[in-house]
Design a protein. Structure first.
Length: 189
């Protein structure tokens, strides 16, 4: 067997996530983000959007923080390739990109996510002439520190009285899609 006929095989514990990565590439989801989000940061090896992609993959792989990029993603070449990455940025560089994001970048990202939702969501394309769209409102209390942003004192079914935030989420029931969600500043008491 010649060197050109050799096949390099890679092992990954995230085979299912690799399939999701291939689908995300086929749908060009990050192309939409690339067209609408402009983070002002110097590019040396990886663009800011590529670093956002690295953070996204790391979160999908079950990481609890960006510090796990080096162990979960940089060491997993198959996972990188599935998402269209030839290499992965170092975790501190990805953190610098997130730190460089401004309020305007958040607005740009919200626009990009809205466009992705409109392009790919079944709930958005629902035929209202055929049947009603059933929306479910879920209000979930999330315990947090007394000093955390938007925290308020309230009752939690599992913890009793404490500090937390209220997560509001609207779900299109027929399609099991989240239409919108956000942290609310007032807890139900």
């Amino acid at each position: 067997m010649t060197r050109s006929q050799e096949t390099t095989q890679h092992y990954t514990p995230h085979a299912t996530l690799c399939a999701i990565g291939i689908k995300i590439r086929a749908l060009s989801l990050f192309d939409t983000i690339k067209e609408h989000v402009f983070i002002k940061q110097k590019t040396i090896r990886h663009t800011p959007i590529e670093k956002l992609n690295d953070a996204f993959i790391t979160i999908l792989s079950g990481a609890h923080g960006l510090c796990e990029i080096n162990t979960r993603l940089r060491s997993n070449e198959s996972l990188q390739r599935a998402f269209g990455r030839s290499s992965c940025a170092e975790q501190s560089v990805v953190q610098q990109t997130l730190s460089a994001c401004t309020a305007q970048n958040v607005v740009e990202m919200q626009l990009a996510v809205d466009l992705i939702f409109r392009r790919h969501s079944k709930a958005y394309r629902h035929d209202y002439r055929r049947r009603w769209q059933l929306l479910d409102l879920d209000m979930t209390g999330m315990p947090c520190s007394k000093r955390a942003e938007l925290s308020a004192k309230g009752y939690f079914s599992t913890k009793g009285i404490g500090y937390g935030r209220q997560l509001g989420r609207v779900v299109a029931t027929h399609y099991q899609e989240i239409v919108t969600e956000g942290v609310l500043s007032i807890l139900c008491k």
